[in-house]
Design a binder for this molecule. Sequence first.
Ligand SMILES: *[C@@H]1O[C@H](CO)[C@@H](O)[C@H](O)[C@H]1NC(C)=O
Ligand SMILES: *[C@@H]1O[C@H](CO)[C@@H](O)[C@H](O)[C@H]1NC(C)=O
Ligand SMILES: *[C@@H]1O[C@H](CO)[C@@H](O)[C@H](O)[C@H]1NC(C)=O
Ligand SMILES: *[C@@H]1O[C@H](CO)[C@@H](O)[C@H](O)[C@H]1NC(C)=O
Ligand SMILES: *[C@@H]1O[C@H](CO)[C@@H](O)[C@H](O)[C@H]1NC(C)=O
Ligand SMILES: *[C@@H]1O[C@H](CO)[C@@H](O)[C@H](O)[C@H]1NC(C)=O
Ligand SMILES: *[C@@H]1O[C@H](CO)[C@@H](O)[C@H](O)[C@H]1NC(C)=O
Ligand SMILES: *[C@@H]1O[C@H](CO)[C@@H](O)[C@H](O)[C@H]1NC(C)=O
Ligand SMILES: *[C@@H]1O[C@H](CO)[C@@H](O)[C@H](O)[C@H]1NC(C)=O
Ligand SMILES: *[C@@H]1O[C@H](CO)[C@@H](O)[C@H](O)[C@H]1NC(C)=O
Length: 877
Amino acid sequence: MAPSKVSVLGNAILFLSALAGAQEPDIPTLYPQSPPAYPPPIGTGDGIPEWSEAYSKAQAIVAQMTIAEKVNLTSGVGWEGEQCVGNTGSVPRLGIRGLCLQDSPLGIRFGQYSSAFPAGVTIASTWDDGLAYLRGYAMGMEHRGKGVDVQLGPVSGPLGLFPEGGRNWEGGGSDPYLSGIGLAAAVRGIQDAGVIACAKHYIANEQEHFRQAGESRIPVEESLSSNVDDRTMHEVYVWPFADAVRAGVGSIMCSYNQINNSYGCQNSELMNGILKNELGFPGFVMSDWQAQHAGVATALAGLDMAMPGDQVFVSGNAYWGSNLTVAVLNGSVPIWRLDDMATRIMASFYKVGLDKDRVDVNLASWTTDVYGWQHWFARENYGVINGNVDVRGAHATLIREVAAKGTVILKNNGSALPLQKPRQIAVFGSDATDNPKGPNGCPDRGCADGTVAMGWGSGTANFPYLISPLSALQNKAIADGTVIQWVVDDYSTIQMEHTATQASACLVFVKAQAGEGFITVDGNQGDRKNLTLWANGEEVIRTVASNCNNTIVTVHAPGPVTMEEWIDHPNVTAVLYAGLPGQESGNSIVDVLYGLVEPGRLPFTIAKNATDYGVSLMYEPNNSYAPQQNFTSGLLIDYRYFDKNNIEPRFEFGFGLSYTTWKYHDIVVRKINAGSYGAFNGRTPAAKTTNVTETPESLVFPAGFHQVHFYNYPWINNTGDVRKDGENGPEEAYDPNGAPIRPAGGAPGGNPGLYDILYEVNVTLSNVGKRNGEEVVQLYISQGEDDDPVRVLRGFRRVSVNAGQTINVIFTILRRDISRWDTVTQNWVISPAEKQVFVGRSSRDLPLVAKLNGENVIGINRNKPSTSWTAGMKTFM
Ligand SMILES: *[C@@H]1O[C@H](CO)[C@@H](O)[C@H](O)[C@H]1NC(C)=O
Ligand SMILES: *[C@@H]1O[C@H](CO)[C@@H](O)[C@H](O)[C@H]1NC(C)=O
Ligand SMILES: *[C@@H]1O[C@H](CO)[C@@H](O)[C@H](O)[C@H]1NC(C)=O
Ligand SMILES: *[C@@H]1O[C@H](CO)[C@@H](O)[C@H](O)[C@H]1NC(C)=O
Ligand SMILES: *[C@@H]1O[C@H](CO)[C@@H](O)[C@H](O)[C@H]1NC(C)=O
Ligand SMILES: *[C@@H]1O[C@H](CO)[C@@H](O)[C@H](O)[C@H]1NC(C)=O
Ligand SMILES: *[C@@H]1O[C@H](CO)[C@@H](O)[C@H](O)[C@H]1NC(C)=O
Ligand SMILES: *[C@@H]1O[C@H](CO)[C@@H](O)[C@H](O)[C@H]1NC(C)=O
Ligand SMILES: *[C@@H]1O[C@H](CO)[C@@H](O)[C@H](O)[C@H]1NC(C)=O
Ligand SMILES: *[C@@H]1O[C@H](CO)[C@@H](O)[C@H](O)[C@H]1NC(C)=O
């Protein structure tokens, strides 16, 4: 980081205001700049049934804590200081061990005898919030069994603005509504299992390049700034986090990047303002690992927990810990802010029931050995650190089901699929087979050898096994009496040609891979450098298709790949997008290929050309100080950009074929009487302004205390460290009287009126095919103003319907669903433009349409031109 931007106040306190950069002559003037939002709101459980008991308990226990004990809860002990990837200090006097925080959003990173679940992009492709809940619950149970207190997931940032984005696959699809439903379901699942969920990364963390200045191969002084306007922030990026807060999420992780030229973990507008005031978030905010760049500034801006605790990994110093104690003693951080941090942490702790049935930590992140050092970096306290508790339960069945239901059939000509005991099949491509280095042979899965079943980076887990497509297909072939051959060397052209000519079905497996920016694979520094296939994929498809008139292509990839080179090849009879399926990969793809499971739908758009997305991930900095990434596409993420600009995608958002045939019939809209909506009136709680009574002397390390090497403690060495420098944040940050609650605030998730039901939409559909099936009924709304997207997703339901059966699907439309963010009143408003609701099979296949005009309406089926609008049916129902 740039020393010139940092002022050292007192002996040991950093303060970096959101605006400090502008005052330094040697720093370019950067626009835009995030506005300040102070004071930091005090968390409360008042009037929130799911939080009130947890808050009472938290307030009671925090009232008994000393400054050092409270600081301990907020401060990580340092990288590799304990067994989990993140560990806070403890409160031994009150019998509270430190919190164990563990990656990842798809299982237990570094776990043994634990499961490798399908990635976020695959659960999103199921469009099934029930399955998303079950997956969350199963992951939560596994974490809990290992003694993990906080699972570091689920993800909705990145949201997927850039199709190349390295970590998109960890999240839930490139639409805020879809992502929000998935995020909320995962939060409920994880927390019902007794583990605190962590919604991340807050926010606008859309690319890996330059997310951390220190990680960049091209030197920049500060991390990238994602410059996002207020309306886009609310309607796109904050939206899923609002759902997570409403679902009761206990923690949120602030991101590495800057947002409007203020770091995510010291951006007061985003933490104090939007998250804690407007969204009424009662839980705690933790930093991403070394995303904290200041001590006092982060505390005042709303950060509650510093991770992993040291300033950079094993630097031996910390912004908090001892430094936070000093800041509280000299008044730089008000004592009520420290109380609030500790209370928020303990409230989340009680909310998920960690005061009952808490399991001792029995996993080790830094070794697979049973014996090792508890304080790994310091090499202290040798003993059993890996309990190797098997926490997998019966989760394999769920994993297989999720990955199968999250596989999307993009093309299926004639009778290619489902396969029915073919005489001979041939399997092609290294993506069909095992990584010769083993399922966990590449650290943090940082390679693309063998079949790709998860991305790379911290969002991974160890595979307890990995069923490759080839091994599952062999089992199936043997059972069916099918002959099976294969060529898994992507460059053995002659063998592929020869093998392809013999088979009645040629199954080609191709791949792309992506991951976190700290690992570079084949020149891809986290973010993909292109949207084409890896490992000679196009050539493998071409070779096989030239010799086999029934070529079935399966793509394992973290997101979209371009398919134009081969998608229309007459011999390519079927194409499947199989995402990142996790440990049951092969079994899941067999289930889909053979028609045992109904497939999913795309959670993003597959373009004809990478340039069609209308966005450019920044690979070269546009500024050597802090790269500026203007989010100029605004609300038009993914399909919204294609729709607005009339660009024909190859496969649109929401697309996916089914094994049966669906017919949409009728749509009826019923108006529901809801109360009127207005600005919320109220104030955030006033702080309890107790004076600090503990003396600097009482906060010195206890006599004879053994300090673990490079470990972050709450105590001070020297009372001289505490200098009375007084207040050194903005004056408003110290105001104990709270602040007006923002107009759009008032409850977790925002103004309660936003969740009023305004309409009920009743649609009729039939399974007119010969097979029982599952359909994803999708509802989109057009808000009608010129500056609105053409349509936005506002409802979906995965339904199971038997052949020949007709059902009704009822959707509710909330006020939030038809509102837009008004930057002037800082609230959601319903614009005067005429609104319409569309229902159908994808973002571009929407036969049913009805007006949303404040009345009961019978809509039309555009596939049945004889019907017409019938509005104002007052007698209806
Ligand atoms: C803070 O946490 C550390 C590590 O768990 C522990 O050794 C120390 O006793 C704790 N300090 C206080 C004041 O509880
Ligand atoms: C306190 O912060 C200062 C400034 O970053 C740092 O130099 C010092 O090492 C920190 N102290 C501790 C004990 O980590
Ligand atoms: C795209 O990147 C992959 C992975 O690095 C590489 O294998 C492939 O050749 C690249 N495609 C093109 C067209 O350069
Ligand atoms: C399709 O496959 C057949 C072999 O079954 C081959 O003769 C033909 O040339 C292929 N078509 C194309 C366009 O490659
Ligand atoms: C594909 O090729 C096989 C011979 O390999 C032939 O029996 C079959 O009719 C062909 N199918 C089509 C659709 O051309
Ligand atoms: C994609 O679009 C760009 C810009 O319009 C064009 O230069 C390029 O040729 C296109 N690529 C393909 C594969 O069509
Ligand atoms: C980003 O937008 C700001 C206006 O907010 C403009 O001043 C700046 O030049 C833009 N930066 C880039 C790199 O386009
Ligand atoms: C805090 O201390 C000030 C003087 O330093 C005193 O006026 C005030 O009453 C004290 N407040 C409490 C709550 O004890
Ligand atoms: C206290 O002093 C020891 C020895 O000099 C040093 O290693 C440690 O970092 C200091 N701790 C704090 C909190 O200042
Ligand atoms: C939905 O419409 C059907 C008629 O198509 C009707 O039978 C059913 O009661 C309606 N359901 C609701 C909840 O209004």
